[in-house]
Ligand binder design. Structure first.
Ligand code: SF4
Ligand code: SF4
Length: 139
């Protein structure tokens, strides 16, 4: 690149709007198809465990509380998740989605990365029976 061209680019850039923002003080809206943290709907779940079997990162466990009554709890190991969306493809009942709001997931400890999803009563029973994650999210 010629010096003159480079100089005109540098001078011209002073009057252009910056392409970047001052994150975290300024934020742009995340795209709606962003692959953020998993969200799970226990009401639609049949407990087939396809999501868990197909997950290449071993990031999902489905715990059965009562199969007949369709009571399940999902344990999500977020620190293992590669956000590939295979679980969403595999679930035939559209129980799993990826949040476009929860994507700033950095933390200084592993605790927030172990998440248990489910109905309040199912989580309480699962917590009593199994060593579940501390971070629980009810529907
Ligand atoms: S997004 Fe991929 S890695 Fe994450 S839980 Fe689903 S299948 Fe596993
Ligand atoms: S694939 Fe869907 S229905 Fe089957 S256990 Fe996973 S979330 Fe439930």
């Amino acid at each position: 690149m010629k010096i003159a061209t480079m100089f005109s680019d540098v001078v011209g850039s002073f009057w252009k709007k910056p392409a970047t923002v001052q994150y975290p003080f300024e934020r742009v809206e995340a795209p709606t198809r962003l692959r953020g943290k998993l969200e799970w709907d226990p009401e639609k779940c049949t407990g087939c465990s396809l999501c868990s079997k197909d997950c290449p990162a071993d990031a999902i466990e489905i715990i059965t509380i009562d199969k007949k009554a369709k009571r399940f709890v999902m344990q999500y190991h977020m620190d293992r998740c590669t956000y590939c969306a295979q679980c969403i493809e595999s679930c035939r009942f559209s129980c799993i989605e990826m949040s476009d709001e929860q994507w700033e997931l950095a933390a200084t400890s592993k605790v927030p990365f172990e998440v248990s999803y489910g109905r309040e009563e199912d989580l309480a029973e699962a917590l009593a029976k199994f060593a579940l994650a501390d971070t629980v999210e009810t529907e």
